[in-house]
Design a protein around this ligand. Structure first.
Ligand code: SF4
Length: 410
């Protein structure tokens, strides 16, 4: 599958940005026109993020998606994203304490004409069909729109969660014109969920954790391949593969070496991690957490730059993934959680630690942790995790992290 890549290198972009300053390069809100729509033949077109087909939906989506797991309050950021061609926007009712969808609603209130330019995605925070109807209606109201382009079941862990009732609900929502396409997001047992979905025949799109750490296993390769062949549009998330067991702070030696390697090639580490995923043509888009202009500019310029990583670079990332495996929970919850009687949601707790330690969202992490039943939280630190640790393919220090979570997230 080829992408409609405009020839505009990161160097060109940053050179231009450097000459005039990113702030002045990006025009004030409301004054920009999308270059693709310019009717002036003398005007040099502004290059935009390329697109790829989203499965068999017939829709081309931007290969970079504006991830909305935060408070969408910056209308300028959203406007600039659109003008850079970042036309795929992702959100969910719970993101930013509800302010993510509300921010999109404010944007469409101010710029209603932009609704048709955006491929808008939100998610159901329940798997119960009647409640899904309610939550979808609330999302539509919050976002000032009559429909979403793609609606996800949020965070399934097992393919059976996309059952016949859910299919019937999705079919009806499509008939009513409230959603165009339907699918799910997953960051646990991703391979099982993908392999199951590929057989269903009614899943239009999936957002999955996909990065340089998890993309190379034979099982993941087969899962992605099956979905691609089944015409399911795939969106990668968590491409930076932040270490869920590590804390923010100064770079260690391995991180410093990684940074130096890609800096010499004119890339940030983050851009290199995006590129290794974009190199996989089966992935339609990357959903990236971009909370400010710097991240947006850096990611968009990487998307516009068609230069690929070398085989050596990819091997380097593979080695780095192997050497730092114990910092990263790969989401294979069936392995560790099946060994624990106490029903500790190890995989979820690892994710909450990541939100707190790496995203700096300790409030969100604590709120999520509170959803774990109190009897489980109370016993979590006392559970024997040795069997789980022995089976964990990443070699995670599960017991230590569960005990730290009880203290940090309480
Ligand atoms: S702790 Fe280990 S076994 Fe459990 S989900 Fe994470 S990587 Fe998989």
């Amino acid at each position: 599958m080829s992408s409609k890549t405009d020839k505009f290198s990161r160097r060109d972009f940053l050179k231009t940005a450097g000459a005039v300053g990113i702030g002045s390069m990006l025009s004030p809100i409301g004054s920009l026109t999308n270059a693709q729509e310019s009717s002036n033949p003398n005007e040099t077109p502004i290059k935009v993020v390329p697109t790829r087909p989203f499965g068999k939906t017939g829709v081309d989506v931007s290969i970079l998606s504006l991830g909305g797991a935060f408070h969408y309050s910056n209308l300028l950021l959203m406007k600039q994203a659109l003008n850079m061609g970042v036309t795929y926007w992702d959100t969910a009712p719970g993101y930013g304490g509800g302010q993510s969808e509300a921010g999109i609603g404010k944007y469409f209130e101010k710029f209603p004409e932009d609704r048709k330019k955006v491929f808008l995605v939100t998610k159901a925070d329940t798997f119960d069909p009647p409640r899904m109807t309610k939550t979808l209606n609330q999302s539509l109201e919050s976002m000032n729109t009559s429909f979403v382009d793609l609606y996800f079941l949020h965070g399934i862990s097992y393919p059976e969660q996309a059952d016949k009732q859910i299919k019937a609900w999705a079919d009806e929502a499509k008939i009513q014109g409230k959603i165009r396409f339907f699918g799910f997001s997953t960051h646990s047992n991703m391979e099982d969920c993908l392999l199951g979905a590929a057989k269903l025949g009614w899943i239009d799109g999936i957002m999955l954790t996909y990065n340089f750490r998890v993309m190379h296993s034979d099982r993941m390769k087969r899962a992605v391949d099956d979905c691609y062949r089944a015409g399911i549009g795939l969106t990668a998330m968590k491409t930076q593969s932040t270490g869920w067991g590590s804390k923010r702070g100064p770079l260690n030696d391995k991180e410093r070496a990684l940074l130096n390697r890609f800096e010499r090639k004119g890339l940030t580490t983050g851009q290199a991690k995006l590129k290794v995923v974009w190199d996989d043509d089966r992935i339609a888009s990357i959903c990236a957490h971009m909370t400010n202009m710097q991240y947006l500019t850096e990611n968009a310029s990487a998307a516009m730059d068609s230069k690929k990583l070398s085989d050596d670079d990819i091997d380097y990332l593979k080695d780095y993934a192997r050497e730092t495996a114990s910092n990263y929970c790969a989401g294979c919850r069936h392995i560790c959680e099946s060994t624990i009687d106490e029903k500790v949601p190890v995989n979820d707790i690892m994710r909450y630690l990541m939100y707190s330690r790496c995203y700096g969202d300790s409030e969100g992490a604590k709120a999520a942790f509170k959803e774990v039943p109190s009897e489980v939280r109370e016993r979590m630190a006392l559970v024997d995790y040795r069997d789980a640790e022995n089976r964990c393919p990443q070699g995670m220090p599960i017991g230590r992290l569960m005990r730290e979570a009880v203290i940090e997230l309480a």
